[in-house]
Each structure stands twice: as C-alpha cells, then as structure tokens.
Design a protein around this ligand. Structure first.
Ligand code: NA7
Length: 537
C-alpha cells in the first residue's frame, strides 16, 4: 500500500510541556517522531494564555522539568511564581537547548486520527490536507486548551472587541481609557482583573460564582534561596513524585486543635501565601465541617478587605466547599473592588438580560462597554481530545464512545483505540497535581511501554473493556471519598452545557497512582490487550 502520508515511528499531538518531553525521550530511544501543533511556536497553554497577570500558581522551582539536571541547575527563575512570558521563554529554551525544533510541525492543526486496522498504524489528517502516519500516537493536547466563549443572548451583536483570556492577542491589548467588562472569576479572571483595573477607565466584573482565592505574596526569587533549593533538587523532585507539589502537609485534623490554634494556623499559612493554605489540616478536602472552618476564615478575610459590605458579601463564596473548584491564587484581587472605577455585578442577583451593540443590559440597566474580556474557561480534560475526529477499531468514534463521559484505563488509554496514548487525560490525576510532575510520569510510562512492545515484538496495545470499567469505577470512588463532587466545577464538566457530569481527574495522591501504573506494567501490562502483527486482538 502506498501512502501519501509522511511516516514516523510515533506521532505526538501538542508541543507544550508534554509533547516536547515526549519528543526528547523518544528521540533518545532512537524513534523517528513528529510533533504536530496548531500554534506557531512551542508552549501549549503558555503560548496562548497571554492575558495580563497570567502566572503559574505552582512555584517556579517546582513548575519545571526534572529530566535533565543541568537544565534544572542552569535555568534561573526570577520570581516565586513565574509569569507567562518567563514560562514561555523557559519552554522555548528547552526546545532550543535539546534541538527539538527540527521535529516540530507547527501551524498544523490535526483534524482527524484514524486507526488503520490492517496496517496497524494511525493516520492523522490536518486541516490543510496533509497526512502523517505512525504505529503509535500520543495525545499531548493539554487539559485546558479548548477555550469556551459564553453563550449569552445578543453577544454576537456586541460591536466592541471580545478577547478570551486563553486566546489573547500576541501584541497585547491597550485598554487605556476604555470601559471594560470581564465575565468570569476563575483563576484567569482573578489574575487578570487587578491588571485590567490598572488600565481601564471603568471595569465591570460580571460574576456568576464567587470563588475562593488565596494571596500569592509573589516576590523576586533571591539567588541564595534558589541555590539552596537547587542544592537538594533531587530530594525535592523525589518528594514531588509522591505528593505532586511540595506543600507543608499537616498530620492533624481541623478539630484536633482548638479554634484559636486552628485560626493561628490558617493565619500563618495565609501570610505565607499560595495553595499551601489549603493543606492547613489533613481533613479539609474530605470533611465538610472541617472545610467550613477554612472557608469561613477566607470569607472573614474578604469582608475585612472589601470596604463595601454588599460587594464583600457578593464576593464571599457560599455555594461550594473551599478547594472543590480549583483554588485561585491572586495578587490584590479583592482589594481591586475598593477602587472607585471597579464595579461588581453579581449575576446571581442581577443576571445579564442580553448584550447589545455597545454594552450589556443587566436587570434593565444598560452598562456601556468598549471591550469585553471572557475569562470563561475551557472544555476541560476531554475538549482537546474530542476536538479531533478520532476513529479506532471498526471505525469507532471516540466522540461517540465518550458521549456519556470519558472512559480510560489509568487515564492513559481507552478501549477500542489501540496504540493511542493520552497524557494527563481524564482518569489520571491531571489537573489535581503539578502538571509537570504528571506529564513526566506519563511520558516515562508511555515510553517504557513502547520499549517493552518493541522488545517483545508486540504491535498493538489497548485497554481491555473490563479493566477500563474497573478503572472508571475506581476513579469515581476516589472522587466520592472527597468533597470534590460537591461543586459545579469544570472537573465535572459542569461548565459546559450538555457535557455529562462525570468527575474526570483521579483524586488519589500521585504517588499512589504511580504505583498503580507501575504494578500494571510490572505484570506485563495487566488489563491491556497485547497482540503481535496480524494476530487478531
Ligand atoms: P474557569 O476556572 O473555568 O473559570 C471560568 C469562569 O467563567 C467561572 O467564574 C465561570 O463561572 C465563569 N463563566 C463561564 N461561563 C459563564 C457565563 N456564561 N456567564 C457568566 N460566567 C461564566 O477558567 P479559568 O480560565 O479561570 O481557569 C482555568 C484553569 O486554567 C485554572 O484553574 C488554572 O488551572 C489554569 P462558574 O464558576 O462556572 O459559575
């Protein structure tokens, strides 16, 4: 059979942290790889998310690759939490340092991926009509990479500029003198709002759900502090493989201590800043009464910070336990509402009637706007995988298979789709842990697996249905042991109308998950069907 397609050993879709690491590792194994990405450069979400204030909420020294000790030592981070331009520079540096660019196919959007059963290869077709073929395909498409615009009546009539935080113009946007509206108060909105308020003449925030946010207390990273961390980088990395991000984990429950002691602990951690706050006690994510204590601490902080009591009340989250929507980390978010030109519209009290050509109508009032920022989030975890028309055995469509929610084995593969691997997808810890730790683990597992297949002359590997069913149940059970399913969050797909409500990430510690993945591999990929060329699966 003659193929017009370019042929490779492995195709990787996505040139973010996951795709580049997969390329580097596979190249080291002597595989011929191409990495396809719709963007014009590497970086994944860090390529697209250029909104003012975009910053990682995992500390820089941890939000970085661990696979190369020299890279780890030589790269200098400037801040405790790196801003988007610095993270993008880092990943561009990695691409250059390891000469990865020659295997990238940028400006290449994959439209379909079809498994050819007779030839046992994946055939990828791009939107501009090119084709690529390889026996193995890795989805490094990101968990938060398909932006979602709100479907609000009349929004198409609005004549001002509309910008989604996840598709920000590369040249930046000057809002000076403008009346700006922001929809969305998740991580992106909470980071962008204080920055937008610095420029806009008037800023109106349209809030559907009030969110918990912890101050970052971001600062410059001193040389000494950085060197001290780097001196024991191996120990830090080993620990991160167990726990994801290095927080101060408590061995006490919230009610093991007196109320005064509890408050002191919250206070101490609040003053240090960041997500560490959420780990003040070991039962905050499982015991609602314990969670109420930390939630009330944050609400008291909001009331203390925001001068207008009615605005403060609207900003106090009351409809979900703290941490059940992704916790936000901010710089001056709540303080922004004390500025005279910043207004909060609480959509729970006054919903948007409709957009009009020059603004928006809310409970009969017209609010004039020159520009609108949509910080309205993503079709999380499954969006990017399902954006591609993926066909497995017998022409089975992944979109059909996942119509009632994603089904995977270990988050890494899905039954009926041989040799198709997913990095940090649904059914793996994914967005619940430091993404780079998750990515490095998945790349290791997948590349070890490819090595094994080659050694044993196995041509296809795929999840078996019973093992997949057991894993889906296991993932559900893990979520149900926590408070996580209590919020209408994107973890559950609740932000997308019509998306089935299934808790998608695996809520166990990454150390536990790693051992589960390793045990499967050690038992010759138990739960997977392995077959040799031509043999029926
Ligand atoms: P998120 O966390 O999904 O936040 C989106 C926000 O937009 C959230 O406040 C939503 O309210 C709001 N939203 C979405 N649609 C609407 C409509 N139609 N009307 C009003 N408000 C709406 O996305 P982010 O980009 O902030 O963060 C995503 C992750 O990226 C973040 O956790 C980091 O990991 C990086 P809702 O809560 O659904 O009521």
């Amino acid at each position: 059979m003659r193929l017009a397609a370019e042929r490779f050993d492995v195709l990787v879709i996505g040139a973010g942290f996951a795709g580049l690491h997969a390329l580097h590792t596979l190249r080291g194994m002597g595989r011929k790889v191409a990495v396809l990405d719709a963007a014009a450069d590497v970086g994944g979400v860090w390529y697209w998310n250029r909104y003012p204030g975009a910053r990682c909420d995992v500390e820089s020294l941890q939000y970085s690759y661990s696979f190369d000790e020299q890279l780890e030592q030589e790269w200098q981070w400037s801040e405790r939490y790196a801003a988007q331009p610095e993270i993008l520079r880092y990943i561009q540096h990695v691409a250059d340092r390891f000469d990865l660019r020659r295997d990238l196919r940028l400006n290449t959007r994959v439209a379909s991926a079809v498994f050819n059963e007779a030839g046992e290869f994946w055939l990828l077709s791009t939107e501009d009509g090119r084709q690529f073929a390889a026996p193995h395909c890795i989805m490094a498409t990101g968990a938060l990479s398909v932006p979602r615009l709100p479907d609000i009546p009349g929004i198409g009539d609005f004549k001002g500029a509309i910008h989604h935080t996840g598709q920000w113009p590369h040249e930046g946007v000057d809002f000076s003198g403008q009346r700006v509206g922001v929809i969305g108060t998740g991580s992106s909105g909470i980071q962008a709002i204080p920055q937008l308020a610095k420029q806009a003449a008037a800023l109106t925030v349209f809030q559907r759900t009030a969110n918990f946010s912890i101050p970052a207390w971001n600062r410059q990273l001193g040389d000494e502090e950085q060197q001290a961390f780097k001196a024991v980088y191996r120990e830090h990395r080993a620990r991160a493989r167990e726990v994801g991000t290095l927080y101060e984990f408590s061995d006490k429950g919230a009610f093991d201590v007196s109320q005064a002691e509890r408050e002191r602990e919250f206070e101490r951690r609040w003053n240090k800043g960041g997500v560490n706050f959420v780990h003040s006690f070991n039962d905050l994510s499982t015991n609602k009464a314990a969670n109420d204590t930390i939630a009330e601490f944050v609400r008291a902080r909001i009331r203390r910070t925001v001068k207008d009591p009615a605005v403060a009340e609207s900003l106090c989250p009351t409809d979900h336990p703290l941490g059940t929507k992704r916790i936000c980390v901010d710089t001056g978010y709540f303080e922004t509402y004390n500025l005279p030109h910043v207004r909060l519209v609480d959509l729970k009290k006054t919903p948007i009637d409709r957009f009009e050509s020059h603004g928006v109508k809310v409970a009969g009032e017209e609010i004039a706007l020159d520009a609108l920022v949509c910080a309205t989030g993503y079709d999380a975890l499954t969006g990017a995988v399902m954006a591609i028309d993926i066909r497995g055995r017998g022409g089975l469509s992944l979109r059909d298979k996942w119509a009632q929610g994603p089904r995977t084995l270990l988050g890494l593969m899905t039954a009926g789709f041989p040799n198709l691997f997913i990095i940090t997808g649904a059914g793996s810890p994914s967005v619940l842990v430091n993404m780079i730790v998750g990515i490095e683990h998945h790349v290791q597992w997948i590349t070890d697996c490819l090595d094994y297949l080659q050694q044993k002359s196995i041509s296809t590997i795929e999840a078996s249905v019973p093992a997949e069913d057991r894993w889906v149940e296991h993932v559900n059970a893990a979520a149900n042991r926590t408070l996580l399913p209590l919020a209408n969050s994107w973890f559950l797909g609740a932000n997308i109308p019509g998306k089935p409500r299934v808790f998608m990430p695996y809520a166990a510690k990454i150390g536990i998950y790693r051992r589960e993945c390793q045990a499967v591999a050690d038992k010759g990929y138990e739960g997977f069907i392995l077959s040799t060329a031509g043999a029926p699966a």
